[in-house]
Ligand binder design. Structure first.
Ligand code: DC
Length: 226
């Protein structure tokens, strides 16, 4: 039997990937991999265990030993680390910073490869991340690279955090996002870039529905049979 089909959705933070991936997974009834959550979990685990950003061996060990569970809850996905919910900590400033550092360590990325590939189960997988189409699922049936202007991305993250009741400063958030994007784009391993065969969608001026419609057309034109 051939492997379950994968739709890879890569792109920078705030491009709308997470929202689009969740909608698509629900619409198609496919599994969902939020690979960023794994790096964020690695960051939370490292912070809790006092493993520093410069301790690459320690970070890789933490990533390899992650006891993570994703459970469907009423308000979306509940994320558990060692059986304890850490959903609220995943998007915190401290976690985002550490996650970006953790994600630039080659041994950490290596430790997470098979865990990510294990999400590929019938009837299919929507994989959300930075290197889904380039490294983890190079044979994905459809590869989308979702971008948006830096301003639009900062504004979206700002609204997201505000809705969660966090106190945020737009210009600081904007600077942080730029800094993390720069780190993701220029790191030596699995840098953020569109796969050669990815379809690039700039969502700056698009609604969620418009992006979903554009992807629907690409699905119909692809080899995916639903
Ligand atoms: O998508 P996100 O913001 O939750 O990702 C958190 C961090 O992990 C971010 O710095 C990018 C990094 N990441 C990565 O390097 N590779 C992935 N496949 C997903 C996320």
């Amino acid at each position: 039997m051939s492997a379950a089909p994968v739709i890879a959705i890569d792109g920078p933070g705030g491009s709308g990937k997470g929202t689009i991936a969740l909608h698509l997974a629900r619409r198609l009834g496919w599994h969902l991999l939020d690979s960023g959550a794994l790096y964020r979990l690695g960051a939370v685990a490292a912070l809790d265990r006092g493993v520093g950003a410069e301790d690459e061996t320690g970070l890789a060990r933490v990533a390899g030993e992650l006891d993570a569970r994703f459970e469907a809850g009423d308000d979306g996905v509940e994320v558990l680390l060692d059986g304890v919910s850490v959903t609220d900590r995943l998007r915190a400033h401290e976690t985002s910073e550490m996650a970006s550092r953790v994600a630039s360590v080659a041994a950490v990325r290596e430790a997470l490869v098979s865990r990510q590939r294990a999400f590929r189960q019938p009837p299919g997988l929507i994989a959300d991340g930075r290197d889904m189409g380039t490294v983890i699922f190079p044979d994905a049936a459809l590869k989308i690279f979702l971008t948006a202007s830096a301003e639009a991305r900062a504004l979206r993250r700002y609204k997201q955090l505000k809705e969660k009741g966090e106190s945020v400063n737009l210009s600081r958030l904007s600077e942080d996002i730029e800094k993390r994007d720069e780190r993701d784009r220029t790191r030596a391993v699995a840098p953020l870039r569109p796969a050669d065969d990815a379809h690039v969608i700039d969502s700056t001026e698009m609604s969620i529905e418009e992006v979903l419609s554009a992807i629907q057309v690409l699905i119909e034109e692809s080899s995916i049979s639903l």
